[in-house]
Design a protein around this ligand. Structure first.
Ligand code: ASP
Ligand code: MG
Length: 455
């Protein structure tokens, strides 16, 4: 068994749904279980409809819900229409769901407030509709798709909006629901993102939660692989918008992928944990380029892959340098400093220290005047905006001494604000002025990943 998950852009319109079905058809002998996201943009629309309802704007609510309904009917028109009774049953189901959202949204419009529970009920409709649509479209192509309610499979706690699965109940439910379908040689199709509590309330697993659903289902049934089908070729050695020679990384460890995710990779490996923990490999693949092998993510990664795997950039960073003679040999000094950050709810990203100074990076949106005031008498504070972090990620990054040498050579002439190297050389982060970062990232990529070292 494998789990095949399609993201929102992979089921965004009739043509894409059709290509996604091709992908399932080609993998039929692997006993696929299909997990789909909502059609791209639909979850955002449902969130917007709820906001409009809270603002009492009934017209806007209706306009948004009509648009959501129309998009699903349009896809069905293209893919399911030829078989009139199929199309009719689908539209009936669609209208029933839409009526249900209207009822809830009317209540919200009157009350001008929404509970977390009602919010989940509304935003889950995107995956409910997309999964039914996908199953019907498969049947039109004579592929035996069987729609399964996610609520019958994934059981969670009651943290609406970001629920955590209860794996004991889920394993049992997933086996009971999905295995008989596979034994019949049919293909289960379920919406991602959705779960239920023990008392039957619909929950969601947090935004972008469909990957999480795929990983949970895979772990529950003991699948041999999870395939995350998206709109990029996998994880790359660099962002191809800035470095055209960037290429796909064939195999990464979970840790490396997680490290890259914090630098804006589209994937959130935290959500893949249930699969990775169960020793199930995850492959990231491109719906628009199914021939590409994608990126494989496993717990350990590959033995032969040590050293740099990717260069990433995080922009809009502020550096805070804090200097104090009191730090010399004193204990509790760092605790005092970070206590102020905690009180002001400023989260710190990188840290570098010397004997008399501590430097940290924080996201640019913070107002740091209060920080400066509170640290008066404790440390001198210097704030530098407009910085960015360039991160070189890879396990045992510096095992080959040439890597460090090449990075520093590539950085010649680019002033650095901070440097930080994490555990077992997983991430070498360099903080520089954002204005220098295009040139720096291109040079580092060239030095580490391109054969001719063109610095
Ligand atoms: N549709 C949900 C979202 O947009 C879940 C997902 O796409 O993974 O957040
Ligand atoms: Mg999505």
């Amino acid at each position: 068994m494998i789990v095949i998950k399609f993201g929102g852009t992979s089921v965004g319109d009739a043509e894409r749904v059709s290509s996604a079905i091709d992908i399932v058809a080609e993998r039929r002998e692997l006993n696929p279980i299909v997990v789909v996201s909502a059609l791209s943009g639909v979850t955002n629309d449902l969130v917007a409809a709820t906001e409009a309802a809270c603002a009492g704007d009934g017209d806007r609510v209706n306009a948004i819900v009509d648009r959501v309904r129309q998009r699903h009917e349009d896809v069905a028109m293209r893919l399911v229409q030829q078989k009139f009774d199929f199309f009719e049953t689908f539209v009936k189901r669609l209208d029933k769901q839409i009526e249900e959202i209207h009822t809830i949204l009317r209540g919200i419009t009157l009350l001008r407030e929404v509970t977390a529970r009602a919010h989940d009920k509304i935003v889950s409709i995107g995956e409910k509709l997309s999964s039914v649509l996908f199953a019907y479209s498969m049947m039109m192509r004579a592929l035996p798709g069987e729609h399964v309610e996610s609520e019958d499979v994934i059981w969670t706690n009651d943290h609406f909006g970001g629920a955590t699965p209860r794996m004991d109940l889920t394993s049992e439910a997933a086996r009971k629901t999905l295995l008989p379908i596979i034994e019949r040689n049919h293909i289960p199709v379920l919406g991602g993102f959705i779960g239920r509590t023990v008392d039957g309330a619909t929950t969601t697993l947090g935004r972008n939660g469909s990957d999480y659903s795929a990983a949970i289902v895979a772990a529950a049934v003991g699948a041999s692989e999870v395939q995350i089908w998206t709109d990029v070729d996998g994880l790359l050695t660099c962002d191809p918008r800035f470095v055209p020679s960037a290429r796909v990384i064939d195999h990464l460890s979970h840790e490396e992928a997680a490290e890259l995710a914090s630098f804006g990779a589209k994937l959130h490996p935290r959500t893949l944990e249930p699969a990775i923990e169960a020793g199930i490999p995850v492959r990231v693949l491109n719906t628009h380029n199914p021939a590409s092998l994608g990126t494989l993510i496993t717990r350990e990664g590959t033995e032969r892959a040590r050293g740099p795997r990717s260069v990433a950039r995080k922009r809009n960073v502020t550096v805070v340098h804090m200097t104090s003679n009191k730090m010399l040999g004193a204990h509790g000094f760092l605790a005092k400093l970070f206590h102020v950050f905690e009180e002001l709810e400023i989260s710190v990203d990188l840290i570098a220290t010397s004997e008399v100074s501590v430097s940290v990076t924080v996201d640019e949106q913070h107002d740091l005047d209060e920080l400066r005031t509170r640290l008066t008498g404790v440390a001198d504070v210097e704030v530098i905006d407009g910085q960015c972090i360039i991160a070189i990620v890879g396990r045992n990054l510096l095992a080959d001494a040439m890597v460090g040498a090449r990075v520093f050579e590539a950085m010649q002439g680019v002033p650095m604000q901070m440097l930080s190297l994490g555990r077992s050389g997983l991430n070498l982060s360099i903080v520089i002025d954002d204005a220098d970062s295009d040139r720096a990232i291109q040079r580092i990529h060239a030095a580490l990943f391109e054969q001719a070292v063109a610095v």
